[in-house]
Every structure is written in structure tokens, then in C-alpha cells.
Design a protein. Sequence first.
Lengths: 1001, 416
Amino acid sequence: MAMENQRSEQIPGVDPNSMEKCPANVASQGHASVVVGQCSWPSSNEQVSVSWNYGANNGLENSTSLSSVHHYDPLRDSAGSESVHTGTASYPSASSNLAATNTSQDYAGYVPYSSSSYHYGYGNMEYQSNYYGYAQQAGYASYQQAGASPNSGAAYQSQSSFQNTGSYAAPTSYSGTYYASGNQMAAGYPNNSYWNGVSAGGYPLQYSNYSSSDTHSAPSASLAGAGSFPYQQDCNQWSVNYGTSMSNVNYTFEPGNIVNGTVPSTTFPVQSAIGGYSYASSQPPPPGTTSWKRDLGSSDLTSTKVQTDVIARYSKGIWEEKPPAAQNYHPNQNTVQFQIPLNSKPIVHENHAQSDKTTSPQGASLSLQVSSNIHVSQPFQTVATVDARRVSKMQIPTNPRIASSMTLGMPKLDKESSTTNTTAKPAYIPVQVPKPTNHVPSNDDTDAVIKMGVFPPTVRAYVERCFSRCKDDTQRAANKLMLSEIIAKAKEDGSLWTKNWDMETLFPLPNSASNAADQNTLQHIIPSMPKLPSRRIKSRWEPIADEKLDDKVLSVNHDTTKNISWAEKMNGSRMLENKDNGWKATKFYLTQQQTQLSNTTQRPLKKPRITDNLNITENGDTSSDSDKEQELTRHYSTAIALANSPEEKKKRENRSKRFEKAQASQVDVKLFKPKGSPVGNLYLRRASAMLLAKNYDDRSSRAVEDIDWDALTVKGTCQEVEKRYLRLTSAPDPATVRPEEVLEKALHMVRSSQKNYLYKCDQLKSIRQDLTVQRIQNELTVKVYETHARLALGAGDLPEYNQCQSQLKRLYADGIKGCHMEFSAYNLLCVILHSNNKRDLFSSMKSLSSDAKLDDAVKHALAVHSAVSSGNYVLFFRLYKTAPNLNTCLMDLHVEKMRFEAIKCMSKSYRPTIPLTYITRVLGFSSLVQTGDCEVKDANGLEESEEWLRAHGAVLIVDNSGEMQLDTKASSATLYMPEPEDAVAHGDTNLAVDNFLTRAT
Amino acid sequence: MAMAYISMGEAHRRITDFLNRFSDAISSQDGASLKPLLAVSSNSPLLFSIADALNVFQDWGRLLKQAERESQQLGEILAPHLRCIQSHRIGRFVDAYVSFEKSANAFLQEFRNWETAWAVEAMYMVAHEIRVLAERADKELSSMGKNPEKLQGAGSFLMKVFGSLAGKGPKRVGALYVTCQLFKVYFKLGTVHLCRSVIRSIETAKIFDFEEFPSRDKVTYMYYTGRLELYNENFIVADQKLTYALVHCNSQYEANLRMILKYLIPVKLSVGILPKMWLLDKYNLTEYTNVVKALRSGDLRLLRQALQDHEDIFLRTGVYLVLEKLELQVYQRLVKKIYIIQKQKDPSKAHQIKLELIVKALTWLEVGMDIDEVECMMAILIYKNLMKGYFAHKSKVVVLSKQDPFPKLKGKPVSS
């Protein structure tokens, strides 16, 4: 019924793939239930929950680093990593889930590359060989969670099958994430001072799972083809592992970059390579014990150069290793293809082609695969925005051991990817390596700069290059400004497409942030620059950043302690920071988005930014130590993301279309409008309030008062009187909420309506909902609840009545006027008749004021109580006939039971017979009010009572005078309580609740 | 005020003395001397003097450093404890409670590590104090219009304490005391359903031998569980438990006896056993006097009157519903009286009682019931086995069995 409706309504929603989302309900009531949607995949839907978790997780991370915008230079990255790695980013975003998923999986499997690996990760390279070997044997499936995967079992399976390499690719779409994730994940590692602090707690757990995952891997490998792989278990394990492995792939979706129309531009998988996978052997050593880590650390500290060397070396190693890997993958690719059909139609072919290439001995083939995937994803881009959000939340757990430091970077498909594919790469690498820090972050900025419109990929590369030089936020900000100018200029003079951007010289950067004052001024100068959190500045990452490139930069020595302390501080001040940054960042992004939107008309759906930003905002919070906390955060972040997702908005729009006329939906459309739209701001405001709320939960020490509840409250604008009830699955939309005056009319409409109870109940529920989301608590509220309670009583709908009653109790307690006495009586009757709990009874008796005891209705209820407690059926039915208000309705539900008790009592204590007329009278069958012993013959009543008696097994005889008599002795043995014939679960159309409830009591 | 006269030196001395006593008690595992140091709410002169000293010597944290140097755990117990004493003295009960809870948690942490039961007595004190302080804090909170939630917090702390005691070790004898504190909390909060889990582990866990517990705790335990049974109208079990409590309760504690009797009397009445009037007088349970009289004489009106007169008491203690059900016994008594009178007049026809006679009697008692209702009551009396016989509808006569027409309840409740 209602539920079904809701569902069906949602389905038509946005996604061609029929992806359905059940957004979380972050109603003002404070439930945030994260329900995730399900894709309507043909394949089984198992696993939803698991996958969801991943998603949530990811979201968390992503959101965490909202405040810090990182740019990532794919070019450099790929070069550095040597292994190619391409921006995976495009995939997730682009596709509806599946496409994204697949691609990312591929990448993950092949090249778990992490920018972090630059820093210390190089050590990992050594182990790559191990990794490969291992991968082959074990056939680890790395779980990738793209948006799609949660929904469809298929996705999972396929993943498992082809991801023997077992690295996780976590497609996180938001560049900001990079840091955060790094922090979070790495935390567990003792050696890793960088990462310190965030999620250290999780580590041991994850660890233990290692071995188990190993065992799993074997089956997975074997089953890969079959697709019947028990991925559920694996999933769980993976998720656990994931933390350990810390390989994170960040995908960024850039709506702006549709260079070729097919090729999504930026991708940057950020994989922080962390200890886990470095272990060649199947048994992972305890964290921190491995030598390579130490190497990493040392390399960090010493100099970039060392790193570079290391990288070069390793990268070579990688290349060498690759061929086998490629072979390995080949089989997997099939799976990929298999998946794709599910997701999207056209892609398959391309994929095949790609897979062929894969076979080639070169490591390059990997990248090829990637590209094929990219293609796939492309068509979906419109949809993708929606998905991107989701994807971002997804975490792809990697088998830590396997996750090698290889990265698939496909920066810009066209040019870059080709480069990547060719063997030429190795030469490339050493040069570019030194920049790891900035790679990741740069992407976002790149996005910011480039986002407005179609640009040649080279431009993008250029922008990314520029950003990669930036050491810190200040520089980045400045960079951004300048870039925007340059690009705008190029656009103006038409050189955008003609210029050789690859050759373009980089403009000088302002000095780095070592000078705080500078920073400040910079920040002032650059208005659009979000205020970055202090942590960003302190970040461990900075120092490593290009000493080579930027000579002026003072090498900031970030040592472990510093970092640790930072982490601690972060924990402590997270809340505060979030408040600020979350706000600002969100705002900032919004602006970004809006400009973007206004500039581009081509792109159908540009919403993702908002969501992204929200996610990122949340990211500031990632550093929770306990899983529980994380889960909570995840929960909220998901909820928020969902609430603000374009998909959701679209849905809302749909809804409003349904319920309201064009006018109303226009209001809704406003949401899509750029900048300054009050509604949009409201959303943001609300979102940030939610963040606060979430934070409140995280740290109980914060007072509830700190939450801006007003921001969460909606002021309705809908003028429609009639509105169907739909359970909110997201933050309420003002356009579909009716203001008080309209609600008053609606109430009147319901009261005077001639329609049936179901209709009225539905209407009243929607009124109640609107009242609740607007936090209206006044006499109107009371009236609505009273009306609904009465109607529910009339229909015997006790559950609904109970809801109203409990609300009323609260409202009356707040001193709002209403029919308090009437409802006290109902409450009393309810407890007396329908609850077995003696304590409830006397506590509600206790709570009666002495005034209340003088009220007729209450007196009646108390009299009913004493009749019931003594078993006085005569009195009970007398009261039944004379009940005030709707007391009768409540008593109705008890009548059957009372009659049966009475007839049992009579059969036992009367001899030899009882006239039917008497029974009819005392047991209330007669419609006439009985007075004394004048026996009124009421044919209807007699018939009814006879029927009832027979139905309950009574033995009736006719005596000499022709009067019907109950043979008590015979009856006492044969009486029984018949099963209610028409008892149905609540909700049947006839509302046969009477029977249902009677039986329940 | 007295504290004004304390010199800094004196304050210093007192505080160091207190700290020394505390740490000595712990290091020598002397529970008896530790116990009074924890009794914040006891208004003992010792703690008063400490509190005054703390208020004079505001920098007592410095003194604490020394204690902390010896043992960090000790510092974690003592710092909040001293703060608690200080806050309690100046009537800031919420602060006192919060500090005490911290201190108690630290203490519990240590307590878990002590294998012998030397500190059980001290833990009793902690359990008691946390409850008392929580009650005071809640009073303060609700007077400020805030949500009184501290008692709940105390409840969960006590659960933790229970967990630390419920083991095989020698400390398990302390479990019942904590259970009783929990009962007090839950009864006060009105969340008696939470008692069930504790009761289950006390009564079913093999580690506990009920007889092994101190009798003081056993009595308290039986008192509370008896009350619970009374609420559930399990009169037989309630009778057993409350009787146990009554018998084992130290007869010097008249207040305790009275509390037990308050619940035992309705239980006994429900199973047909009436107390002697002197008992009611002795323990000042006069609210039951008329109830008992009504039961003796079959005076329905008196019963209803008594219930109405003491409604608030009976509702508060939760026995109202139980007493209400005594009505049937009063009817039985009434009919029995009529039967006896009839028998005196004419033994041969005594077992047939005309309905109108009963109606007349009730009318005389000013209980407004018409003949249908009275007929119904007679049917119910027969149905519930308070009367043997049958009712003849045609002739409107109650026909009583010649043997034992009014069976006694004999310690069993009225069948339902």
C-alpha cells in the first residue's frame, strides 16, 4: 500500500539503469536511517547491506576532507608511479554504478597505485613481484565497491572473479578525500607517522582477518568464472581488510570534462599503499614489522631524491612484473564484460576489443583495459552524477597483501593514456615522481578551474600540472586564480584549442605557505578560496612536495610527533573545525557548482558537486577511532549525501509534480538554479545543521542546544490542500510541505470528507508529517491528532490510535488545550482493556488528577475497570451501552472476550438452563438499553445472540414453553473460542482490525 | 562558618592526612578504614572537616600530585573524589555526583584487579553513595527544570559493579548487595522490568549460592522480589518471599518490618489470611484496618470506602489493584453471613438463598446494585469457586452445596 506506492514512485526516478535509491531519512524527528537503494539489477540483490556499508564508509572518508582541496596531477602521478595509472576517477562518476564499478575494479586489480606510495610507498614496489605471484595463486578478488556493487550481486561476483590481483580500488570521487583517507587508513600503522592517529583502533581487527581472507581467495579464484562465488563473506572480510590495506583509489568525477565526448577526463586513483599488501607471503606479518615500511619512513625523512630513486627502481620492477600480471588479468576481463552488459548496453564491444589488447605482453595493456572501461562509463555520465555520489561513498576493500603500489593512472585518456600504454613510460617516471603530495589534491582544483565547459584534455593536463606544483592551499588558491584567468583568456582569444598546452610554461607561483601572514593575505585576496582547516597546512604531505620543483619552498620538516599531535588535535577540535569548515567549504563548493552550472548548459545533470562537497565536509571527521563512531558518521554522511543528491532532488521534484501543480514544481526547480537561491541555501544550511547533529552524536559532550534545529526546520510553501502521505526518506522539501494555514484547511477537508478511513488516515498522516517537519505544536496539532485518534478508534485501528495518543499525551503535558479528559479516558480504557501490564494500569490511574476523576468519561472508564477486574459482565455491558464519546469503540474490542468469559461463567454456575432472552439482554446483544428486569424482546438481538452462542459451541434447547434456553451443563463442556474467520494481518482493505486486535489481546 | 577559622596550615594538614589515610588503606588493603573515607553523603564529621579544608586550601591539586606520583590510579580515584566531597559540602549535588561517578569508575577499575574480597565493603559504600548522590543530583536537576538522568547513570554504573562481582571469586558475596541497590534504583525510576536480568542471574547462576549471601542482603532482596511478584499478582510466590523477608529481618528494625508488612498484608489478604488488629496498630498500618474489617464482616460498603479513603497510598505502593480484588471475598462473606442466619432460623432450607435477600442486604449497605448485577456476582462467586452450588435462574435462587458451601482459600488466591 503506502509503502509500495512509495517504492514504485521512486523507481521511475532518474536512472536508466533503474537504479533506485532509498535515501536516508533524515527527518527532523531525528531518525536517520540509511537505506540504500537497490539497483534493479537482474541479478540477485543479495549483499545490499554489506555493500552499503562500504559505501557509507567511503562517504565518510570522502567527506572528511572537505575542507582541504587537493589537486592531483594525473600526469605526474602516472609518470611517477610509472605504472601507468590513469585516472580512474572518471569511471565512477561517469557511469551508473556498474560501469564505474567495473572499471575501478580493473584498475584496482592491476594497479593499486597510491599517491601515498610515493612517499613511503615505494618500498612497496619491491614486493610487487610477490604481489603478483601471490595474486596469481590466490586469485584474490579485490572487492570494489562502486555504487553499483552494493546492489547487485552480479557486480560482486564479477569483481571477485577478475580481481585476482586483489588490490582494492576504492573509488572515492572526491579529491579531498585523499588526505583524509590516507589518514584514516594509515592510522593503524605504528610505523607510519604520517597517517597517524586517525583510525588506529581498527587495525588489529583487520589484521586478524588477513589470514581468513587468504583462505577465501582461493575459492574465489576458482569460482571466478562461475560467478557463484560466495562473495558475501568475502565482502565482509574485505571490508575489514580494507582498512588495513589502506589502498585508496580516489576517483573524481568531472562533469566538465567531456573532452572527446566519450572520454571522461580526470582520473586519479589515489591509492595509499599501506603495509598490508606488501607482504608477499600469505601470512601477513604484524604491522610495522616489515622492513619496507621503515624504508619508507626513512626515505621520507631524508629526501625526495631517495624516493625518486626508489621509485624509479621499483617502477621498473613493476614493469617487469607486469606481463604476468597482464596474463592473469586476461581471464578476468571476461568478467568485466559480463558485468558491463548488466550495467549498460553499448560498452560491451569496446571492452572486448580492449581485452584483446590486454593479452599483450606489455604492462601497458592494463591501461588499455582501463580505457575501455572508460568508454563504457562515458555514456552514463549524465546519470553518473548521481552515482558518483554513491560511488564516492563506496570503499573498495583491497586485499592488503595484494594491493601493490601499481596504479593505473589514466589522466586524460587521449594523450596521456596512450603514453601510458606504451612502454615509453619508464623513462618518464623518475621525473614526475617527486610530486606525490600534490597529485591528489590537484584534481579537485583542476576541476574547479576547468569545470566550466569543454576543454581539450591538454588544458586539463596543464592545469593539473600547475596544481601539482602547489605545495599548500595558499598556493593552490593562487594557482587557481591564475589558471582561471589564463584559461579564460585562452578561451577569449580562441587559443584554447589551438595552443599547445603541453608546452605551455608554468607561471611562477607565489611563495609557499611557510609564511603565515602571506597565507592570510592570500586568503583574503582570494575570496572564493575556502578557508582551509589548519590541519591541512600542517599536513605531513606538504613537505615532501616538490622540493625539486619549487626551490623557494622551505622544506618543512614534518616529523612524526608533529603529525601525531595534529591528529590528536584534530580529534579534539574536530567538532569546531567542522562547524567552520564544513560551512565554508560547502558554501564554497556551492558557488563553484553554481558557476559551473551557469556556464555549462550542455550537461544535463550537474548536481554532483553539492553532494561531493557534503561528503567532503564530512570527511573532516573521518578520524574517528572506533568503528562504531565511524559507522555513525558513515550513517550520517550517507544520509546527508542522499538527502542532497541530485537523484533525490529529482525524485523530490517528481514528487512535487505529482502532488502539486506546476507552480509548486517550479519552486522545486529553483533548487537547481545557481547561487543565492534561498532554497538551495536552505538545503545547505540544513545539511550543515545535520552535520552538527551528527557531530553531536559523535561527541556526546556537546550540548544538543548547539545544533541549529531551526536550520533543520522547514517552512512549507505548498498550497495544495490534499496531499498523500509518503514516508520521508530524506530531508523534507519545503515545496512539498504545507504551511499551517493550508494544513488547517486540509484538516477541515478531511473532517468533512465522505471518503473512507484509509483515505482519511493517509491524509491525516501527511498533515501530521507536515506539522512535524515544520515543528508546529499548537492547538492545530492537537486537533489533528485528536481527529486522527478518533477516526482510528472508530475504525478500530489501535496502532494508529496509539501513535496519536502518545503524541497527545506529550502535547497536553505541554499545556496545549484540547479534549484532555476525553483522551485520558481513552488512555485508561486502552490500558485496562488491551494491556496486560498491571503497572501500566496503576501508573495511569495514579497520574489521574482529582479533577479528571470527576469527568464523566474518566468515571466511565474507571467503572469499566472495576467491571472488568471483578468480571462483572452485567455492569460491563451496561457501561458498554452507555459509553460516552468513543469509549464504546475501545470497549468494542473487548466485547468478544468479555462475552466469552461471561458465558463460561454462566455455564458453570447456572443450572439447569438460562433463557436466551436473558443472555441476549445481559450480554449486550440487544440494541436496546436494558433497564432492570423488563425483558424486552428484540428479535434482532435474539438472533444475533443465538448465532453467537452457537458459534461458540453453546448447546441450545427449546423448552416446553417454546422458549430457547441455554443448556448450561452441556454447554460447559463444549464452549470454545472460535478462531476469528476473517482475521487478517493488519492492513487488509476491510480493516478487519477488530478481530485481529481482539485475538491479540 | 566553621571553615572560616581553619588556617591554611590546618587545611593542608587535614588534606594530606586524608590522602595518606586513603592511600594507606588501599596499600594495606584495609577495607574497614577505607569505607568511611568514601561515605560522602554520610555527613560524617571527618568528611565535613575535609570538605572545609578543601574549600580553604583551594590549591589541593598540588597535594594530590604526590599521591599521583605514587600511583596514577590512586590519583584518578582521589582527584574526583575530593572534588566530590567539596561540591557535596556546598550543596552542588550534580557536580558532586559527576565527580563521584568518575572516582567510582576509577575505583571499580582497581577493584577488578584485587583478587581478594577485602574491598567489598568499600565497594558497598561506593554503590550506596552513588545511588544516594544520584538521587540528590536528580532532585537538583529537576528543580532547575532539567532532565533528571543521574539515577539512570548510577544504575548503569551499578550494573558494571555487578558485573565485576558476578564471578567465581570471593567477591561474589557482594553481588546481592549491589543487586539490592539496583532494585532501589529501578523501583525509583519505575523501570522494574530491568530487575529481571539481575534476578535471573542471582537465581540461576551456579556461582551464586543464595544462602552464602549476608542475611541483610537476603532480606532486602526478598523484599524487592516479593514486591515484584505482588505486582504480577503471583500471590503465592510473593507470600513466600515477603514472609522470608519478614522472618529474617532483624526485629530491631521496625521500619523495615513495617515496609515488609505493607506488602505482605495485601498478599495475605488475597489468599484469605487476615491479620490481627494489633499487628496493624503496632506497625501503624491503619490504612488496612477497615479493609480487614470489611473482609471480616462482609461489608462491601466499608471496603469501598476504605479503598477510596486511602486511594493515594494504595496507588503509590501499587497495592490498589490487589485490594480491589478483595471485593469478591467480601461478597462471599456477605452471602455466608446470610446463610448462617438462615441456618439459625431454619436449617432445612438454609442452603437455598433467595436472590432478593442478597439484594436487600446490599441495598441496606447502600451499594446500589440491581438484581441482574447481584445475580451476576453470585454466578461469579460460584464460577470462581468461592461458593459451592448453582444458581437457578428461573426461581432466582442460589442453591448451595450442603458440604462446605463456602470453601476457604487456605492460602491460595481466588482462581481467576
